[in-house]
Structures are given as C-alpha cells and as structure tokens.
Design a protein around this ligand. Structure first.
Ligand code: GTP
Ligand code: MG
Length: 316
C-alpha cells in the first residue's frame, strides 16, 4: 500500500538529486515524507527549506491529502468509522465510549501500583485480536522506559483472550535516554506501522525526561522535548491510523486548605497533547479509572476493574 518517493519524479521541479537525498535520509515512502516538517527535512536530508516545503506539499497531493475541508455531517461519519480497541474490561470500554479510538492519544496516569503497566500489557494483547473481537488485528510497539515490560504477563493474558504466540507481534524498545526514545519514535516507528503495527504504547512518557532534565532551569527545555515527541506520535497515529496509549506518573500538588492532590506529571504539554486523560487509582482490592479530561467523556466519570492472574477484569 505504501507509495515510493520515486513518484515525486513526475512533479515538475523535483529532480533525482532531491529524491536521492530523501532516500539517503531513510525516507523512501510518501507516507513517511508527509510526516515531516520542512525544518526537520532540511536538517535530516539536507534539502533547502523552499524545496522541502515543495516536496512535502507534492507528496501530500500525490497521496490525495491536500488540505480538505469537510461538511460537519461527513466529518461525523468519518469519526464514527474509526476503529475501536477493546480494553477487555466491559466497564472500562463503556467509560471510553466503546474502547480506545485510533488517532486519539490516551493517557493513563497514576501512582505506583495503580495498574498502568498492567493495562498496557492487556492492550498489547487485545490489539492483536481481530476487529470482530474488538481488536485492531495488528502488531504492537511497546516503548518501555521503566523496564517493566513482562513477556510472561503478555503470554498469560494472551491465553485468556485466545491470542496465540502474542510475543511474535509485539515489538519492544527499551530506550535508555530521551535521545534514544526520540530516535525510536522518529525513525523506527514508521516502518513498523507500515508493516502492520496498530498500537503504540509508551510506559511511561515521563520517566526519561524526569531523569535527564533535573531542576527548574531545565524545565523549558524538557517541555520542548516532550512536545516534540508527542507531536510526532500524533502525526504517526494519524497517518497510519494507530491507537496511542501513554502512561504518566503523578505529582503531589498543594490544593486549597493545605490538602495535596495527585495530578499527572509533565504539566501543560502532556495535558494538551493527550486527547483523553485518566487517573488510575487503587482502593482496597479494586482499581478505578477516572476521567480527568476528554472531549467526549464526562469529567469525573469513572469505572472499576480488578487485576487478576490473567489480567484486568470486570468487578464481579
Ligand atoms: P508503577 O509503574 O510502579 O508506577 O505502577 P503501575 O501503575 O504501572 O502498576 P502495575 O500495573 O505494574 O501494577 C498494578 C498492580 O497489578 C500490582 O500492584 C499488582 O497488585 C497487580 N499485578 C501485577 N502483576 C500481577 C500478576 O502477575 N498477577 C496478579 N494477580 N496481579 C498482578
Ligand atoms: Mg508501571
């Protein structure tokens, strides 16, 4: 389905040299090319700015992606057609309005033990289910920044859902710093998505930034780098129709009357980038997910679940 950048040769003013430069930079497909900004292309492929603008525009046109304006009704229909991924927990699916929708970025924040990593493992399995069973029938890219990805958990959960050989369809990256994570997202994700990956998991989005950018004086730089990564995730999710799940840690914030409340880390940048934001909590033997922000789900709406040997389950 992917179309080669060679097609650009048919566009007047774009020559062999430019196409060769794109390929040298690892950009062989039009679908990959349209994800870049002119500035990024200039830096990565050594193509001057005006030419970069022209090349990206031409690629978009060849793909039939020229900036389109939709009638509201048509737009609503397109939204309704988007694929939905089940969490494997009925109550959570109901809270989400059916499940996780492709294109959108879902953020699950919470304290240690609140179920973030377990949920990611479960989604790494359900994403492999065929659409008729609530999955995306695709592979999974799991970016593990905290070293908690467990192949055994994936296999155990997969048994329950009848997914065979689940690890053959999960790609795991274990970046050790922000630079490596950016490389994974900007360079490695596109080929995997083109090859059939439909779910991107980052568990967690914040750990590497917190470790690397310590102290107030680094805050602005840190936020800029987080923004860069999230922006790439959004572009890739849109181009390849993938679901995106990120987890986040929480920070204690002083509230009124001397009370502290726990809020997702990462400030405004992550808050704006995630389409739907949830807070996970554990209370006794039951876990809950509460909606903090979403364009479609009521703020404060929540659902309960259990974490069992075979993954997340509905409360009986
Ligand atoms: P941090 O990454 O530390 O911030 O926590 P988290 O939110 O990712 O928590 P995680 O999802 O790793 O774990 C949540 C809970 O799931 C744990 O406290 C355990 O109670 C439960 N859990 C994890 N693994 C298993 C398992 O193999 N079997 C069962 N029954 N429960 C498990
Ligand atoms: Mg975790």
């Amino acid at each position: 389905m992917s179309r080669s950048v060679d097609e650009l040769a048919s566009v007047e003013g774009i020559g062999r040299v430019t196409i060769a430069r794109l390929k040298n930079a690892g950009i062989s497909y039009l679908e990959d090319l349209v994800a870049f900004n002119p500035e990024e292309l200039e830096e990565l492929a050594g193509i001057d700015y005006e030419r970069a603008v022209k090349v990206i525009r031409a690629a978009r046109q060849l793909l039939g992606w020229s900036a389109r304006v939709y009638r509201g009704k048509e737009y609503a229909e397109a939204l309704a057609r988007r694929e939905v991924l089940t969490t494997g927990v009925r109550a959570l699916d109901e809270l989400l309005g059916g499940g996780l929708v492709v294109y959108d970025i879902y953020e699950f924040a919470g304290e240690f033990g609140s179920g973030k990593t377990q949920l990611c493992h479960q989604l790494a399995v359900t994403a492999q289910l065929p659409p008729a069973k609530g999955g995306l029938g695709g592979d999974v890219v799991y970016i593990d920044t905290e070293g908690t990805f467990s192949p055994e958990r994936v296999e155990r959960i997969a048994q329950r859902f009848g997914v065979e050989d689940p690890l053959s369809r999960v790609y795991v990256a274990r970046p050790i710093n922000v630079d490596e994570m950016e490389e994974v997202v900007v360079k490695n994700l596109a080929p995997l998505l083109r090859g059939g990956a439909r779910l991107i998991v980052i568990d967690s989005i914040i750990a590497l930034y917190r470790a690397e950018f310590k102290g107030r004086e680094w805050l602005a730089a840190r936020q800029q780098r987080i923004n860069y990564l999230l922006d790439w995730l959004k572009r890739l999710a849109r181009i390849h129709e993938a679901a995106v799940v990120i987890t986040n840690q929480v920070v204690a914030v002083p509230s009124t009357w001397g009370v502290t409340i726990k809020l997702p880390a990462g400030g405004n940048i992550i808050a704006h980038a995630s389409t739907h934001r949830f807070l996970l909590k554990k209370a006794g033997d039951v876990w809950t997910a509460e909606c903090l922000d979403s364009p479609r789900i009521a703020r404060g709406a929540s659902a309960s679940f259990l974490i069992a040997e075979d993954g997340l389950r509905d409360v009986k």
